[in-house]
Design a protein around this ligand. Structure first.
Ligand code: PEP
Length: 249
């Protein structure tokens, strides 16, 4: 384990939740007591205030799942990072594969969102990852490098302030996880790319995401360049999410 990098486990609730269900989930997370890692949940916009209120004075932080690249203006339906920062948001996921695939987000738009987040003091969790077709065509390295390169180029001297999440698209929500070796191999590539861009690369946290569950988290988190996880489905059950957090010890 790299002592310079405390593990981080982030839940991505996606478009799930109700006010009542969230109350129970947040209460269970809050009352879990000390965790061996940093932890956060990224919740749908309408529930940010609920997360902020319920997780106040707890070990668990909270964030959003997307943001606008613009600071304000005629962008109906969008939420700026300034608005998130206004009430203490800590993290924002940008470039999740569902946004890239379903909303046509380009590498450059993702990079612009990461830049907007940093400008408002919110830490972007930048997602990269290849599709199954790209992996089978042996394009994994080229794809993740291209995605990360757009962000590195756009952030320039701030590159060291972001978090990167490697999420192979074929592993998201499918129950099919990358093996620890497959994940580590891509994390090592990303770390090398970051080293070429910033002296802070060895302090940056690189998360793995894609069907992380209580029974596979420990072996993934034991890899030298995997500094925690971005957790979708399993973050909706307090017991599973907490068990994944504890697997980081
Ligand atoms: C995600 O949504 O980022 C994710 C990794 O989902 P899951 O854990 O369900 O695969």
């Amino acid at each position: 384990m790299n002592e310079a990098r405390r593990k981080l486990v982030v839940g991505n609730w996606k478009m799930h939740g109700t006010h009542a269900a969230n109350e129970a989930l947040l209460e269970a997370l809050k009352s879990a007591g000390p965790l061996p890692c940093d932890a956060a949940v990224c919740v749908p916009f309408p529930y940010l205030a609920q997360a902020a209120e319920r997780l106040a004075r707890s070990a668990i932080e909270w964030g959003a799942q997307d943001c606008s690249a613009h600071s304000q203006g005629a962008y109906t339906g969008e939420v700026s990072v300034g608005m998130l920062a206004d009430f203490g948001c800590r993290y924002v996921i940008v470039g999740h594969s569902e946004r890239r695939a379903l909303h046509g987000e380009s590498d450059q738009l993702v990079a612009d969102k990461a830049r907007a987040a940093l400008a408002s003091g919110v830490t972007p969790i930048v997602c990269v990852g290849e599709t199954l077709a790209e992996r089978e065509a042996d394009d994994t390295e080229a794809v993740v490098k291209r995605q990360l390169s757009a962000v590195i180029h756009t952030l320039a001297h701030c590159t060291g302030e972001m978090i990167v999440a490697y999420e192979p698209v074929w592993a998201i929500g499918t129950g099919r996880t990358a093996s620890p070796e497959q994940a580590q191999a891509v994390h090592a590539l990303l770390r090398a790319q970051l080293r070429a861009a910033t002296p802070q690369a060895d302090r940056m946290r690189l998360l793995y995401g894609g069907s992380v569950k209580p029974d596979n988290a420990a072996s993934l988190f034991a890899q030298p360049d995997i500094d925690g996880g971005l957790i979708g489905g399993a973050s909706l059950k307090a017991a599973d999410f907490l068990s994944i957090c504890r697997a980081s010890a």
